[in-house]
Ligand binder design. Sequence first.
Ligand code: ZN
Length: 118
Amino acid sequence: MHEFGLCEGVLEAVRRRAAGRKVSAIRVRFGVRHAVDAESLSQAFSMVAEGTEAAGAAVDLVTVPARVTCRGCGYSGQTTDPLAICPRCGSADAEITGGDEMVLESISYASADRGPVP
Ligand SMILES: [Zn+2]
C-alpha cells in the first residue's frame, strides 16, 4: 500500500501548518498518476497520524485529472485513468502530462481549539 509513504509527507505538511492545533479534517489533492485510493489513504493516514495532533482527522481526497495526448489520432483531453491509453482510439501511444501533483489543500481544526472569533 503506497499510500503510507504519501501519508508521511502529508502528515509532515499538516503538522507544520497546524503548529500544535488539533486537526479535525484535511483535504488533499492528488494527481491521478499517484493512483491513490480514498479508503486506503484515510486508513493509512489515521495510522501514521496516531499520537499526533492530526490523530482521527477525516481525510478528504480530491483526485486531479491528468492530460492525455494521443500520438495516434491526435486526441487531447483530460483523463482520470492513470494508464497512458487514448480514450478515443485505444492506442497506448499516448502521452500523459500533469496528474502528478500532491497538494495539502486545507486543514480544519477542532472547534475547541479555535482562537477567539473577531
Ligand atoms: Zn488516439
